[in-house]
Design a protein around this ligand. Structure first.
Ligand code: ACO
Length: 440
């Protein structure tokens, strides 16, 4: 895959400013999304744009993921996410995102073999885990370990980032495979159990479940329903165009750091409760509601109270103004997993009641706030036995192929630029230093 094709220019818009008329090109993407190209605005007019949170700013052209938040559409490289979740496996989707097309049989085999071959982490790195304090958050360990990989795999240095692009197969498989091992090891560390090493005979998701749940005294057999559910969850998280963590990967990558450092930035951004950390917050919120006797109305009132910073976690999205298509699939998978395991989780009943109340409440209806990807995923992870503190780590494993694909695309873009936004300064105008003794 090369750089994304350039969006077609379809005309000009006119800006009337300061008694003059300026022409600004209007460009259109393959799904007919239109944008005003303001790249020469400052040169032409002296103006910059002001757009808090980049709500209305396209930061790049990309051919990886298409998202229509009004219609609830999500496609990876053109394939609807619903089809991929139903028919594909996570490893195949990872290949699709990074390479731009589905693998042929022998490519899939080679990719799986590479994932198996690179699944171990350098034995010296296991020492790091041992020195973390008990109850360290697994996201702290994950981010530190990923950036540390750059010291153990020196070809990923700052000096040869362009050469990295030629080693993308190795880089991708190394990271995809090792992140899963690091994640499982950080869990084992948190519960004080010995690490379980990856097995060559198990596929990607089964291998992860085995590293998490088997132990020398407790044999573990992977349940195929859970393995399938994990594949579905990881596929649904695999990319989501220019979200907060992906933008962090692109921004940090634009300084030409190595891929491990750029991905670490993504992991740190994902940790936040307004982004991937919301899956942990959702379960904690549902548990809180359960403790308060199951009254969902109280939290809804709190979320609506403008004086209270509390938000209803798992609801709302910057881009979706319709039901998040991923949330629909996750809700269905959640029911299947609970049925298979014959679990009756009271948190699911609370979640469904909360969703029902929210859907008829004018505050949420007017603001088009629907459940997002984080709302039901935690209930599945709980049923699998994954602890709450690991939920965002699971999200990171899923999002990794997207981060890599977006990093690769940005590095190969002929219009590559270091990311460096402007600002409107609102501080004091020039003033002069007064010595301490004269300041009173
Ligand atoms: N609970 C209560 N009110 C909400 C919520 C919510 N979860 N989400 C948005 N709103 C309200 C806002 O208060 C605002 O109201 P106003 O217009 O009266 O001021 C309006 O809806 C628009 O919200 P913004 O914050 O402007 O929307 P933005 O696009 O900036 O934020 C975000 C999106 C961060 C996801 C927000 O909806 C939120 O905080 N949700 C809860 C956290 C969460 O679930 N995050 C995970 C998102 S999915 C992901 O990142 C993987």
């Amino acid at each position: 895959m090369g750089a994304p094709p350039v969006a077609a220019k379809i005309g000009d818009a006119e800006l009337h400013y300061d008694g003059r008329v300026f022409k600004l090109p209007v460009v259109e993407g393959t799904e007919h999304e239109r944008a005003l190209d303001i790249s020469r605005l400052r040169d032409q007019t002296g103006l910059v744009t002001l757009d808090y949170g980049y709500k209305n700013t396209g930061s790049c052209q990309s051919e990886i993921t298409y998202l229509d938040g009004e219609q609830g559409v999500l496609r990876y490289r053109g394939y609807p996410v619903e089809e991929l979740a139903e028919k594909s496996r996570f490893v195949e989707v990872a290949y699709l995102l990074v390479h731009g097309r589905l693998p042929r049989k022998e490519e899939q085999q080679k990719f799986s073999d590479l994932l198996t071959r690179h699944s171990m982490i350098h034995e010296d790195m296991t020492q790091f885990f041992k020195n973390y304090p008990e109850h360290s958050h697994p996201m702290a360990i994950l981010s530190a370990m990923v950036v540390s990989l750059s010291s153990f795999y020196p070809e990923m240095s700052q000096d040869n980032v362009d050469e990295e692009l030629t080693h993308i197969d190795i880089t991708t498989t190394r990271l995809l495979s090792k992140l899963r091992t690091v994640a499982a090891f950080s869990y084992k560390k948190s519960i004080g159990e010995p690490f379980v090493y990856p097995r060559h005979d198990l596929k990607y998701c089964a291998n992860f479940l085995n590293m998490m749940f088997s132990s020398p005294v407790r044999p573990y057999e992977v349940n195929p329903v859970l393995e399938r559910a994990l594949n579905v969850l990881l596929i649904l998280h695999a990319d989501h165009e220019q979200n907060c963590s992906t933008s962090a990967v692109r921004a940090v990558g634009s300084a030409k750091v190595n891929l491990y450092a750029a991905v670490t930035a993504g992991i740190c951004a994902l940790w936040g409760p307004l982004h991937g950390g919301a899956n942990q917050e959702v379960i904690e919120m549902l548990e809180e509601i359960q403790k308060m006797g199951g009254d969902v109305k109280k939290v809804i009132e709190r979320a609506k109270d403008k004086k209270d910073p509390f938000r209803l976690y798992g609801f709302g999205h910057r881009v979706y103004k319709n039901y998040d298509p991923r949330a629909r699939i996750i809700k269905k998978t959640c029911m299947e997993v609970l049925n298979e395991l014959k679990i009756k989780d009271p948190l699911l009943d609370i979640a469904m009641e909360l969703e029902e109340c929210v859907q008829t409440d004018p505050y949420f209806v007017e603001r088009k706030l629907y459940p997002n990807v984080d709302f039901y995923s935690g209930i599945i992870y709980r049923a699998m036995g994954i602890p709450v503190s690991m939920f965002t780590v699971m999200f990171a494993i899923g999002r990794l192929p997207g981060w890599i694909a977006q990093w690769k695309e940005s590095q190969e873009d002929p219009d590559f630029k270091i990311q460096r936004p402007r600002q409107i300064y609102t501080g004091p105008t020039v003033r002069h230093y007064v010595p301490l003794e004269e300041r009173g």
